[in-house]
Ligand binder design. Structure first.
Ligand SMILES: Cc1ncc(COP(=O)(O)O)c(C=O)c1O
Length: 411
């Protein structure tokens, strides 16, 4: 059974009052909070085992190495990667995507070839590809959206062709909440000979991930959006691609032999992990995976789906609200972007915070090309996690209804 009270009890930060109101945290697409189980795992590591891994021959060094490698194996299981060596620890999804762009992209994309990105991509899966296109003389092409905010399949077939070297696409939009048909895009792209880089940052905490079933060539995500600490991210890659990729960052830890003029590099994954790794982050990520697995994916999905449907229904009833994204909860994730007629999204965020202690996000959400496409300079965004409740949505809606009055409107 999904015991929401017990789950909320695992997140101390949610227990607090802000200016006399119960905190409502709806900025989960930006970062999620950390349960005590994850904090405890990190504390244990810091108290008992902290050392630099892969160096020390002493007990603590061996223990830190074991914990790091256990975390790698756990992450591999979490996304169904064939082997742990295909899991590279990074700082976050952004660094993972840059690794692919600067290593694979710069070495494999040829002049005149095309790189295809979706217009709804987060800057992290878009700007690195702009850099690769510029450096290699490649063409950056976009997949635009249909009127219902979904990927326009006709465009997918027209734009991804045998000229395409790379397709960069997110599983779930951090603005629209849409879930892209990534498997179908991958199948089509593979028929054209392209490699597909999947940004899983928004979906990993909501949907089960299976990189083999997807047949993804690369898959990137951040720990801090799935109940782990900040500063740990993951890049998965197919072995044959990772093995032929040049290093991204070089220096300590990733080398085999270093001569005065040259160096040879370790095998994957270490070749891509220069310098001291974030062991406590990896330990925290492993504990976050255990936490997610202690609940079922079905239960998490059902709970978050119900919250999304409930919030959408409440928002639709307000005549001056415009939703950017599907208004049906079916087939979408728990991220809802909206504007209030006559109100700047930053005012919306400030007023619901002041009135209802509701934390939501306002701005371009690191998706400026999408904002231009939507003809919206900014939106407000609520995003739900496994610990949110319908009562919190009620508190949010009550404070939202005060925004226009604050700004001098009659209703
Ligand atoms: C879809 C998507 N991709 C990538 C990122 C970048 O994540 P990070 O800042 O953890 O690197 C985000 C963060 O909001 C995101 O929503």
């Amino acid at each position: 059974m999904y015991d929401i009270n017990s789950i909320r009890g695992d997140f101390p930060i949610l227990q607090q009052q802000i200016r006399g109101r119960q905190l409502v945290y709806f900025d989960n697409a930006a970062t999620t909070h950390v349960p005590v189980q994850v904090m405890e795992a990190v504390k244990q590591y810091k108290e008992k085992f902290h050392a630099n891994p892969h160096r020390g021959a002493h007990y603590l060094g061996v223990k830190a190495t074991m914990l790091l490698e256990e975390a790698r194996a756990k992450v591999a299981g979490f996304i169904n990667a064939p082997t742990p060596e295909q899991i590279i620890f990074t700082r976050n999804a952004t660094e993972a995507l840059n690794l692919v762009a600067y290593s694979f992209g710069l070495s494999e994309v040829k002049e005149g070839q095309e790189i295809v990105v979706c217009i709804s991509e987060h800057h992290s899966n878009l700007v690195p590809w702009q850099q690769v296109a510029k450096a290699r003389g490649a063409v950056l092409r976009y997949l635009y959206l249909a009127d219902d905010y979904s990927l326009d399949w006709q465009q997918v077939e027209e734009v991804i062709t045998d000229k395409t070297a790379v397709v960069a696409i997110a599983t779930m939009s951090n603005v629209l909440g849409t879930i892209n048909p990534v498997k179908a895009v991958i199948d089509h792209a593979h028929r054209q000979g392209a490699v597909v880089v999947v940004d899983g940052a928004q979906s990993v905490s909501h949907l089960r991930t299976d990189v083999q079933a997807l047949d993804a060539d690369f898959f990137a995500f951040s720990g801090h959006k799935m109940y782990a600490p900040m500063g740990i991210g993951v890049l998965y890659g197919k072995r044959e691609l990772l093995e032929k990729m040049p290093s991204f960052l070089t220096g300590g830890e990733m080398v085999e032999y270093v001569e005065e003029q040259d160096a040879s590099f370790k095998a994957i994954p270490y070749r891509f992990e220069a310098g001291t790794p974030n062991v406590e982050g990896a330990v925290g990520l492993a504990a976050a995976i255990d936490y997610l697995h202690s609940l079922s994916w079905e239960a998490i999905y059902t709970h978050e789906h119900e919250l999304t449907a409930y919030a959408l229904n409440k928002l639709i009833e307000i005549p001056y609200v415009k939703i950017y994204g599907p208004t049906e909860a079916e087939g979408r994730g728990p991220v809802i972007s909206f504007t209030l007629e006559g109100c700047h999204p930053h005012d919306v965020a400030t007023i619901v915070d002041a009135e209802g202690a509701v934390a939501l996000r306002a701005g371009h959400h690191c998706a400026q090309p999408l904002m231009k496409f939507l003809q919206a300079p900014a939106t407000a965004r609520v995003s739900f996690a496994l610990y949110n409740t319908k009562e919190e949505i009620d508190q949010f809606i009550t404070s939202l209804k005060l925004v226009r009055r604050w700004l001098g409107y009659e209703s």
